[in-house]
Write a protein that binds this ligand. Structure first.
Ligand code: SF4
Length: 170
């Protein structure tokens, strides 16, 4: 058996360290945890909400992204998925719920109606939910399929992690 010197051992330990030690920043760790456990507030407004609900079923499995915990309270939520058209009457309620959510928080506009009024170009509907709340991700479609919503959620995850890389929390 070949002799093992102290230097050999030290080199072996260092090689092991390189394989087994990970370095990062607290901000990146937080962003990774946040982006992997975004909890949406229950907020379905119209037909798009049916597709959002379908996203939680086993076929599409939103739980893979840690986002299956739709909360009934805005105080336990950090994502508002605006799924469907927003009427003028609903607008102040939507804003109120958004204000009750804790920071950091995000908004995803799901479907053409939520993003720009869609086919409802009339006075009864808000022509884009970004007139009421800041929107982070828009998902196009009428309605968008669950896969499109999942893609939008992955884009949101990227955004959360990217902002942490740039030094921001939101
Ligand atoms: S985008 Fe289409 S499916 Fe979604 S709320 Fe509007 S009309 Fe309904």
């Amino acid at each position: 058996m070949a002799a093992v010197t102290r230097e050999d051992r030290a080199e072996g330990h260092l090689a092991g360290l390189e394989r087994n030690v990970l370095t990062t920043t607290v901000e990146r760790m937080l962003a990774w945890a946040r982006s992997s456990s975004v909890w949406p507030v229950q907020f379905g407004l119209a037909c798009c909400a049916i597709e959002m609900i379908a996203t939680t079923t086993s076929k599409f499995d939103i739980a893979r992204f840690g986002m299956e915990a739709f909360r009934a309270s805005p105080r336990q939520s950090d994502l508002m998925i605006v799924a469907g058209r927003v009427s003028q009457k609903m607008a102040p309620v939507l804003r109120h719920i958004y204000d009750q959510m804790l920071e950091p928080k995000w908004v995803l506009s799901m479907g053409d109606c939520a993003s720009c009024g869609g086919v409802y170009n009339n006075y009864a509907l808000v022509q884009g939910v970004d007139k009421i709340v800041p929107v982070d991700v828009y998902v196009a479609g009428c309605p968008p399929r669950p896969e499109a919503l999942l893609y939008g959620l992955m884009k949101l995850q990227e955004k959360i992690r990217e902002r942490a890389r740039q030094g921001g929390s939101r």
